[in-house]
Design a protein around this ligand. Structure first.
Ligand code: PMP
Length: 310
């Protein structure tokens, strides 16, 4: 039987007991940094494959550095805690692993980061498809612009800046779309509300530079690696304009939650033939296979955990 547990204040506790006080700084000001990691259940092997967790923890620690969050763990120690918690929960299905480093001081009227205590917590919950399991999705250009690195650093997952993504995603879904695509203040393409974006045109794959206020996506890096190594297509990183998306042969999004998701329509204009394009299809198939540890060439991207055993 699986059990909902958390790593909280240095120990493994029932999730129901992992609670903070209402005065906690992070709750008022978004002064936290988090990650989203997938644990992919391989039914045939009876194994959980945690995907690129060390890379996620390195990004978490980068966020901690920016936010002056002192947590007493290295990326390797965070890996150990994750493996231990996962074993204790005993989940035998796909899970979402959510570490959060946060300003834990129980003090509300304070607009500084230094001198405030920090803490770390980890939760693991069952998690299936995030957007649509199959088929291309319908997107809109968000009326909200992407938060700029000059406002709040956007390359790491700072809790407060997710208000930007949440406004965009809510607007998109209430408007009947699946996902929102952000433009920067200057109108160049940034990313989705929770995904990086790629454009396929005349056999080339282009993506906005990370300096276009994107998260430094780990799935972005996977798509990049797979395109170069498996499809022999070099990725071009450059400034992309909105109208290029309308005229692209294919557009796809990448993210831990969304995997590799084809965009079939943007602002009521079909992209390509409106379905999943051939390059997106190949990358998606490769990706969905390797995240469960079924491709020996990419085994180094997963950490195997067997529930309940050492
Ligand atoms: N951009 C944003 C804003 C995100 O929240 C995410 C999801 N973490 C991504 C891109 C994709 O990043 P990753 O592939 O590392 O999950």
């Amino acid at each position: 039987m699986a059990e909902a547990l958390a790593y909280f204040r240095g120990g493994y506790v029932p999730l129901a007991d992992a609670n903070v006080n209402i005065t906690t700084h992070a709750l008022h000001y978004g002064t936290a940094v988090f990650e989203g990691i997938r644990g992919n259940w391989n039914e045939t092997k009876g194994e959980m494959h945690i995907f690129r967790a060390k890379d996620h923890y390195e990004r978490l620690l980068q966020g901690c550095k920016i936010m002056l969050l002192d947590i007493p763990y290295s990326a390797d120690e965070l890996m150990d805690i994750t493996i231990e918690l996962l074993k204790r929960t005993g989940y035998r299905e796909d899970v979402y692993i959510r570490p959060i480093a946060y300003k834990s001081e129980e003090l509300v009227a304070n607009l500084m980061l230094h001198k405030l205590s920090s803490d770390f917590a980890l939760i693991i919950v069952p998690f299936g498809a995030y957007i649509k399991a199959d088929g291309a999705i319908r997107c809109c250009t968000s009326s909200w612009r992407r938060i700029d690195d000059t406002v709040i650093p956007s390359r790491v997952k700072i809790a407060g800046h997710y208000v930007n993504s949440i406004l965009a995603k809510t607007e998109a879904v209430l408007g009947g779309f699946d996902e929102a695509i952000f433009m920067n203040q200057d109108g160049s393409v940034s990313e989705g509300s929770g995904e990086n974006i790629f454009v396929v045109s005349k056999g080339e794959i282009h993506t906005p530079l990370v300096s276009e206020n994107n998260l430094t996506g780990i799935t972005r890096d996977c798509a990049w690696t797979l395109a170069e190594r498996e499809l022999d297509i070099k990725i071009v990183e450059r400034r992309i304009r909105r109208s290029e998306l309308y005229l692209a042969d294919e557009v796809f999004l990448t993210g831990t939650a969304a995997h590799i998701t084809p965009v079939g329509e943007l602002d009521n204009r079909p992209i390509g033939n409106g379905g999943i394009g051939p390059i997106t299809q190949k990358l998606r198939d490769l990706y969905l296979n390797l995240i469960r540890g079924d491709n020996p060439k990419y085994e180094h991207w997963t950490t195997v955990v067997t529930p309940g055993r050492g």
